[in-house]
Design a binder for this molecule. Structure first.
Ligand code: PEP
Ligand code: MG
Length: 549
């Protein structure tokens, strides 16, 4: 038995024969011509890659619809991206073959994304790698092949590209295992959509001799066991029966309210990084979106996204959600999410520096443009705006002033919007929590950003892995702040949610119920487990003192 450990992207157990999918060989050993010849190869391959992507777009459009198909037009754009081209040409000039240059340039570009502490951005890294691998494949004259599956099996590979995924016979896949890839890679997204226990980023490649061997994917621990001994196999078969039954129970909660046994309803919304993610929200029966991290639009572009570009993205999400609430957070650039065109000064402590709304105080146009886009989208669905990193009452008043100007301008221009759109704030600094009584008079709602609230309250850098096992995520100081903010919100008749990672911590659900939290916003896969937990609790019996005293 050989064991690998990676990151689970969907809980559950899969047991079946392994099918190892090898992608093209590395480009290193290829013979190369003169730099001029290599550049010519690159441009010829780029043209073919774009044509193939356009064909895949058409294929996906007719088989899975526009939303799924868009990935291929995005990849076509990335293939023709000027930064990638410059990097490839420079490497060819430095003596590399076109294929090697394409792979390396893609890898290097991907590292910029990987360094960002966010699963969504890490997934964009995989996109860059996909694009550069496709390019190097075409340079080497290799055609893209569909993966043939004869029987249901567990698929293992370095990673699966969107083009692999669109061509797969999905009824024959039991689970995925990948060497690379993040929680938001295409493999991970597909695994969750199809509810397949899967593990990504095992950092080792599974050797070809293991092809067709029995394999267990433990989507709870992230373990992958190849060629298990009979005892392990039978233990896992037992566990699989239990977990499949638990999943069936949770699936039965689809369409049900998230309410305690004594009738207190808590809305379960989802956190998303773009309109595309709304599909997962709906598939998991999320009741709305409690946090749309709009900064990804800024991070994905080389310049400030225009009002129109933002409007289209927000509007698309709002329309996909039907009448369900969409809370769009104004951009949270800064700290770990840097976009070069903001030209932010170098900071010793960026998490405590010029970040999110603070940038807007210096460049109000950013807030004005974004609020215009959000207000315009408010005509297309149930939209609210939310401002992060607030520390004072004057800040909220400033945002409201900008909003007032936006409304006046839109009205003058005859553009539709919802004049009553809610404007809420995040409570993610200790300052905001401590003056929550005053802020509750200014904001339409609160949402607790527990990731930052924990970081700033406990003086514990959220990016520092060394602290992960030292810092108590249920620290009383943080929970007392949450409890106080909830009381303040309710005193003013405002609603309060939690959108940081604590929202999905089932060990805290009773605490949130006891505080009267109205809404919990989590990644889509956590909706049903959280609903199950809420349904098992009694609001009258929920006791917050055990958490904060
Ligand atoms: C938070 O701080 O808890 C939050 C939800 O915002 P982000 O993680 O994007 O900083
Ligand atoms: Mg935050």
């Amino acid at each position: 038995m050989t064991e690998y450990v990676g990151k689970s992207v969907f809980e559950g157990i899969a047991i079946g024969r392994l099918k190892i999918v090898k992608h093209d060989e590395a480009a290193a050993s290829v013979e190369k011509g003169t730099p001029a010849e290599e550049k010519q190869k690159f441009y010829a391959a780029r043209e073919k890659a774009v044509a193939a992507l356009n064909a895949l777009y058409d294929q996906a459009l007719s088989s899975v619809g526009e939303a799924e198909a868009e990935i291929f037009s995005m990849h076509a754009m990335m293939t023709e991206d000027g930064d990638l081209e410059d990097a490839v040409l420079a490497k060819i000039d430095a003596g590399e073959s076109a294929a090697q240059a394409a792979e390396e340039a893609g890898f290097e570009l991907s590292q910029t994304f990987i360094r960002i502490d966010d699963e969504y951005m890490k997934a964009r890294a995989v996109d860059v790698i996909d694009v550069s691998k496709r390019l190097s494949g075409y340079i080497l004259g290799k055609e893209e092949q569909a993966i043939e599956l004869k029987e249901p099996c567990i698929l293992a590979s370095s990673d699966f590209t969107p083009s692999d995924v669109v061509k797969l016979d999905k009824s024959k896949v039991l689970g995925f295992v990948t060497t690379f890839g993040s929680d938001n890679s295409h493999t991970a997204i597909l695994a969750r959509t199809l509810a397949l226990p899967s593990v990504v980023n095992i950092r080792d490649s599974i050797d070809l001799p293991f092809d067709a061997k029995m394999c267990i994917v433990d989507g709870f621990t992230g373990k992958v066991l190849v060629d298990p001994d009979p005892k392990t196999l039978s233990e896992y078969e037992e566990k699989k029966k239990e977990t499949d039954a638990a999943r069936a129970r949770r699936q039965a909660l689809i369409g049900r309210k998230s309410e305690t046994e004594d009738g207190r309803e808590i809305h379960i919304y989802c956190n998303i990084g773009g309109a595309e993610d709304v599909k997962a929200v709906l598939a998991n029966d999320g009741e709305g979106v409690g946090l749309f991290r709009s900064e990804f639009l800024y991070l994905e572009n080389d310049d400030y996204p225009s009002e129109q570009m933002q409007y289209e993205e927000y509007s698309r999400a709002a329309k996909m959600l039907g009448g369900k609430l969409l809370v769009i957070r104004t951009m949270d650039i800064g700290a770990d999410k840097q976009a070069s065109y903001f030209h932010l000064p170098h900071e010793e402590n960026p998490a405590m520096g010029l970040r999110s709304v603070r940038i807007c105080f210096k460049k109000p146009d950013i807030m004005y443009t974004q609020l215009r886009a959000i207000y315009r989208a408010s005509a297309d669905g149930n939209v609210a705006a939310m401002v992060p990193m607030i520390i004072g009452v004057n800040e909220v008043r400033w945002v409201r002033k900008v909003a007032e100007k936006v409304r006046a301008d839109l009205a003058k221009e005859g553009i539709a919007f919802n004049a009553g759109m809610q404007i809420g704030i995040m409570i993610e600094t200790p300052a905001a929590a401590i003056i929550a009584d005053e802020l509750a008079k200014e904001a339409d709602f609160f949402s607790i950003g527990s990731n930052d609230l924990t970081q700033y309250t406990l003086a514990a850098d959220r990016q520092n892995q060394e602290l992960a096992d030292i810092i108590d995520t249920h620290h009383k100081a943080v929970l007392r702040l949450i409890s106080y903010a909830a009381d303040c919100a309710h005193k003013e008749g405002k609603w309060i949610g939690v959108c940081g990672e604590l929202a999905r911590d089932l060990g805290l659900t009773e605490f949130f119920v006891a505080c009267g939290i109205d809404e919990l916003s989590v990644s889509p896969p956590y909706v049903l487990p959280l609903r199950e937990k809420i349904c098992s609790l009694s609001a009258n019996k929920a006791d917050k003192d055990t958490f904060i005293k």
